[in-house]
Ligand binder design. Structure first.
Ligand code: 13P
Length: 253
C-alpha cells in the first residue's frame, strides 16, 4: 500500500500568530481522531517552521517548508538552507512549484540541485511538475512533464527516490477554480508512474506517492482521490480553511 498524503501549501499567507493558531487547530483535530485517512502535512512559510514544529511535535500532522536554497551554506543573503529547514524539525520541502518556476525563474537543473541537497540534508521532497495552459492546448503536456522528471528527478538513485513524493499540478488549475478532471489527473499520474517504472523499476514506481494539486476542494477531492494512481493532494487555497483542509483529508478512501 502506498502512503496517502494531503499536504497544505499555505504559500505566502498568515502572519506568525495566525499560523501558530491555525496549526494548533489542525493538530487538535487530528489528535482527537483515532486515525487519519491520509498523512496531513502543513507546508508553512519559513518563519513559521520552528514554532509550528513545537506544536505538531507529539501529534499526527507532519511539517514541511515550501522552498530551500540551492546552496548548502555560506554568503547567500536572505536564503534558507535545506539543513536549516531540517533543523526546525520539518520533514518535507516542496520543490519545483510552478510559482517558483514562473516568478523566480527556477529551471529543471536548479530544482534538481535543490532536490539532491534537500535529500542529503535529511528532508523528503514534494517534487512538483505540471504544464501551463498553452502546453496543454498544444498537446505537449506529457512531453513537458517528462522533461521535468528526467532533468529534475532522474539523476537520483533508487534509494534517494524513496524520499520523493511527486505532485502533479497543472498550472492552469492552480488558484483558477479550474480543476483537471479526475480522468485527466489519472492519465497524467499513470504516465508519471510509468516513467518512474521505466527508469527505476516496478517496486520503486509502485511505492511512489503521486499527489494532485490545482483547485482541489472538499467538493471534488473524493472523486479525484478515487483514481488508482492518485495518492492524495497538494492543496493551496483550501488548506487555509480548517474545515476545508480536514474535509479534503477525510475525502481519502
Ligand atoms: P490551489 O489549491 O489554490 O489551486 O493551489 C494549488 C497549489 O499550487 C498547491 O501547491
Amino acid at each position: 500500500m502506498r502512503k496517502k498524503i494531503v499536504a497544505g501549501n499555505w504559500k505566502m499567507n498568515m502572519d506568525l500568530a495566525e499560523g501558530l493558531k491555525f496549526a494548533g487547530s489542525i493538530d487538535k483535530y487530528f489528535k482527537d481522531k483515532p486515525s487519519a485517512r491520509a498523512l496531513p502535512i502543513l507546508c508553512t512559510p519559513f518563519i513559521h517552521l520552528a514554532g509550528v514544529s513545537e506544536i505538531l511535535k507529539h501529534g499526527k500532522v507532519a511539517l514541511g517548508a515550501q522552498n530551500c536554497a540551492s546552496e548548502a551554506s555560506g554568503a547567500f543573503t536572505g536564503e534558507v538552507s535545506a539543513w536549516m529547514v531540517r533543523s526546525t524539525g520539518a520533514e518535507y520541502v516542496i520543490l519545483g512549484h510552478s510559482e517558483r518556476r514562473m516568478y523566480y525563474h527556477e529551471d529543471d537543473m536548479l530544482i534538481n540541485k535543490k532536490t539532491l541537497l534537500a535529500i542529503n540534508s535529511g528532508l523528503k521532497v514534494i517534487f512538483c511538475c505540471g504544464e501551463v495552459l498553452s502546453e496543454r492546448e498544444a498537446g505537449s503536456h506529457f512531453q513537458i512533464v517528462k522533461r521535468q522528471l528526467e532533468v529534475g528527478l532522474f539523476t537520483l538513485s533508487e534509494e534517494q527516490m524513496d524520499k520523493i513524493v511527486v505532485a502533479y499540478e497543472p498550472v492552469w488549475a492552480i488558484g483558477t477554480g479550474l480543476t483537471a478532471t479526475p480522468d485527466q489527473a489519472q492519465e497524467m499520474h499513470k504516465f508519471i508512474r510509468d516513467k518512474v517504472k521505466e527508469k527505476y523499476g516496478n517496486d520503486c514506481a509502485k511505492k511512489l506517492p503521486i499527489l494532485y494539486g490545482g483547485s482541489c476542494k472538499p467538493s471534488n477531492a473524493a472523486e479525484i482521490f478515487s483514481k488508482p494512481d492518485v495518492d492524495g493532494g497538494l492543496i493551496g487555497g483550501a488548506s487555509l480553511k480548517r474545515e476545508d483542509f480536514v474535509a479534503i483529508v477525510e475525502a481519502m478512501q
